[in-house]
Design a protein around this ligand. Structure first.
Ligand SMILES: Cc1cc2nc3c(=O)[nH]c(=O)nc-3n(C[C@H](O)[C@H](O)[C@H](O)COP(=O)(O)O)c2cc1C
Length: 193
């Protein structure tokens, strides 16, 4: 089987982001599972807040087009988002909203989000590990973007104790769960390869 291409990103660009830490763990686990991984930071794709007037006047920003080109070339994506007030971050929504305005050959098939499998993850200081935010992200991605999102979501709570000094997941059960989700993502992404 060809190694599926999988993009990994976090919906936080804060220095020291705990969600970026989980994204790094997921990227490594995906490589171990045989995927060809592009681990990106949204820092490298700065976008203004979406405004229809801005799109009419200036078109879609190059960063959104570059992200769509990158996503189109992938068969899978692992998206990690902080929980903000029981939802996901405005950075992630703004980025995906801009990407959703890019069409292929004038048609609106949401090319960045179709024909690939998504897995979702979150880390938070609370016990629920951002799970509430992930339910919102799932609804947005499935209903709004037409994405295929795997049922299992990796919500890592008690962030203060969640990572080893080397950056791995401290709890072996959590690490095992992440491994199984990553295995499922590689398998599903492989169907699009
Ligand atoms: C506007 C805002 C809302 C937040 N809401 C929640 C929340 O609903 N649940 C939660 O567990 N943490 C919440 N937090 C705390 C974040 O989980 C915490 O700041 C986390 O470190 C952000 O992720 P990052 O480190 O990857 O940037 C919130 C933080 C901010 C700034």
């Amino acid at each position: 089987m060809t190694a599926p291409k999988i993009v990994v990103l976090a919906g936080s660009i804060r220095s020291g982001s705990i969600n970026e830490k989980l994204a790094a763990v997921a990227a490594e686990a995906l490589r171990d599972a045989g995927a060809e991984v592009s681990h990106i930071s949204l820092k490298d794709y700065p976008l203004p807040i979406y405004n229809g007037d801005l799109q009419s006047a200036e078109g879609i920003p190059d960063a959104a087009k570059a992200l769509v080109d990158l996503f189109v070339a992938q068969q899978g994506a692992f998206v990690v988002s902080p929980e903000y007030n029981a939802s996901f971050t405005p950075l992630l929504k703004n980025t995906f909203d801009w990407m959703s305005r890019v069409t292929l050959e004038g048609k609106p098939p949401l090319p960045a989000f179709k024909t690939k499998a998504f897995a979702l993850g979150a880390v938070s200081g609370g016990a629920m590990g951002g799970y509430r935010g992930l339910t919102q992200l799932r609804a947005y991605m499935e209903l709004g973007l037409g994405a295929l999102v795997l049922p299992e979501m990796v919500a890592v709570g008690n962030a203060g104790e969640a990572f080893t000094p080397e950056g791995g997941l401290a709890n072996p059960r959590t690490a095992g769960f992440l491994k199984s989700v990553v295995g499922g993502l590689v398998e599903h992404a492989g169907r699009f390869a």
